[in-house]
Design a protein. Structure first.
Length: 347
């Protein structure tokens, strides 16, 4: 078989699967469908920015310091990040040290956002947050998201500290995600926001942006974080996104605390010490009859090991240890879905 024919067939298969995934939405979530309470801002004014990359703006303080980056809309239907980045750009927030960049990542997907069908704009062709392996980035594959990722690689090679703003399908409390490297644990302890910090992947297919190789080198000081701010379109998710971005910028040394104080929902006091959790495992559905035994939104702590949390055909999924936290339950139907991540408290 000629090489180009093989690639064409492979891309066609990927396309067919992507279209099928568009149809499989979170309608099986017992708490959904969720109202769209947030308003997606118009970002067209920021397309040219001041860099070679569309929808990327970078500001240099002229003083030594890290290159700090805040990302929005890695997924086009997760609009809380766009609200944060658009506001900080509009208000001309600038760094006091180093460089500060604001990015609308998958802008092509975001520009298709329709509040009457909000799930449909998660991506154009495939999940932008699963393409960050060298095999995908340097291989023969093609998609809107891969073209953007390849375009952005030289930019991310220059970033020292990154916050990627996301949201979730359920009304879970906000949580920070990192891979668990010591440098990430040190920075998140310093940042101390939101209330839950989770370390580890839980069997993600592909690789997320925070797993891009330069961020995962234990011998450098680069740190990439992903924050899940709450249910995609809930009012409180927008609040959590702005609060997290502000705490990140201060911890990174990019801005002074006084600069972001007007944006914070709680003023004048240090948040309680955040809890750190290690992701120990991920539950993948075996059958298309997977059901949680009760409604879980996420961050519930199950006291006893061996507690049944879901049935899966004839199989029962149980907690593997005491005080097991359930992270990011997924109600999308079908076998082979990652349904949950299981977490153990650190310390």
């Amino acid at each position: 078989m000629p090489h180009n024919l093989h690639v064409g067939n492979l891309n066609a298969c990927h396309y067919a699967w992507r279209q099928l995934r568009r149809i499989i939405v979170s309608s099986s979530d017992p708490n959904g469908p969720y109202p769209v309470e947030l308003e997606a801002p118009d970002i067209s004014a920021y397309e040219k920015g001041n860099t070679p990359y569309p929808f990327v703006s970078t500001f240099d303080s002229g003083k030594p310091g890290p290159h700090v980056c805040v990302n929005a809309v890695t997924h086009g239907n997760e609009i809380c990040g766009a609200i944060v980045v658009e506001r900080l750009l509009r208000d001309e927030v600038r760094p006091v040290a180093g460089r500060l960049s604001f990015v609308f990542n998958n802008y092509a997907a975001y520009q298709q956002f329709d509040p009457s069908n909000p799930d449909a704009s998660r991506f154009v062709d495939e999940d932008f947050n699963r393409v960050w392996t060298l095999e995908r980035l340097e291989g023969p594959y093609d998609s809107s998201e891969l073209r953007r990722a390849r375009e952005m690689r030289p930019f991310y090679d220059t970033v020292d500290l990154m916050l990627d703003i996301h949201s979730m399908g359920t009304r879970s409390p906000a949580l920070m995600i990192c891979n668990g490297l010591e440098k990430e644990r040190i920075f998140t302890r310093k940042m101390n926001f939101p209330a839950h910090i989770t370390c580890g992947s839980g069997h993600v297919v592909g690789a997320r942006l925070l797993e891009y190789p330069s961020f995962q080198d234990p011998d450098n000081e680069k740190v990439a974080l992903l924050v899940e701010c709450g249910q995609h379109w809930a009012t409180e998710t927008g609040v959590a996104a702005m609060d997290t971005a502000c705490h990140f910028l201060v911890a990174a040394g990019a801005v002074e605390a006084d600069t972001v104080a007007p944006y914070l929902s709680v003023h004048g006091s240090e948040p309680p010490r955040a809890l750190m959790w290690d992701v120990t495992d991920g539950i993948i559905s075996i059958t298309d009859k997977f059901e949680f035994v009760q409604v879980f939104n996420g961050m519930e702590v199950i006291e006893k090991a061996g507690t049944v949390i879901a049935t899966d055909g004839d199989h029962k999924h149980r907690t593997p240890y005491d005080n097991c936290m359930l992270m990011m339950p997924n109600y999308k139907p079908g076998a082979g879905q990652r349904k949950l991540r299981l977490c153990r408290r650190v310390g």
